[in-house]
Ligand binder design. Structure first.
Ligand code: OFO
Length: 169
């Protein structure tokens, strides 16, 4: 049984995960408009991951006999200056999500809610991976200055990304 405080915090986090899905869909659209279909594919896969994150929390709240309360999803940014800016914003967004997950974990620990803490451990680990992926891509983009032959190689590499739901999910 979730406390009211934890239930509210999970519902807020579900909204943030769904907003993340929406933000990355907007970034995918931007990449398609530049004919960078591989980069677009990277963000489409990211939307699938974010949807998975939201549903993982959705299922947890309902399994705990809690009430999922879906809030309005804000409109994401639609105009970007460059692909480098897109990845700067992606990394900044993931850092914001990491902070949010950590605060949720702090609350679960404070309330000695072991089930919530166990679920959130998965998200803590996932955020390390997400930030590392975005940070590496941003570094590569800066190395090639977001242009030229390097961009085509990176685009081809990102075209191969596929969404693989974690086995235990
Ligand atoms: Fe991109 O992260 Fe969800 O949680």
């Amino acid at each position: 049984m979730l406390s009211q405080k934890l239930q509210d915090a999970f519902n807020t986090q579900i909204n943030k995960e769904l907003y993340s899905e929406y933000l990355y869909l907007s970034m995918a659209a931007y990449c398609y408009n530049l004919d960078l279909d591989g980069f677009a594919n990277f963000f489409i896969v990211q939307t699938q991951e974010e949807h998975f994150h939201a549903m993982k929390m959705f299922n947890f709240v309902t399994d705990c006999n809690g009430k999922v309360i879906l809030k309005p999803i804000a409109g994401p940014e639609v105009d970007f200056k460059s692909i480098i800016e897109v990845f700067e914003k992606t990394l900044a967004h993931e850092q914001f999500i990491t902070k949010s997950i950590n605060e949720l974990m702090d609350l679960a620990v404070k309330e000695s809610d072991h089930a919530s803490a166990s679920l959130l451990k998965w998200f803590v680990d996932e955020q390390v991976e997400e930030e590392a992926t975005d940070s590496k891509l941003l570094s590569k983009l800066k190395l090639i200055n977001g242009e030229g032959h390097g961009m085509l190689m990176l685009d081809a590499e990102l075209a191969t990304r596929v969404f693989t739901p974690p086995a235990a999910a």
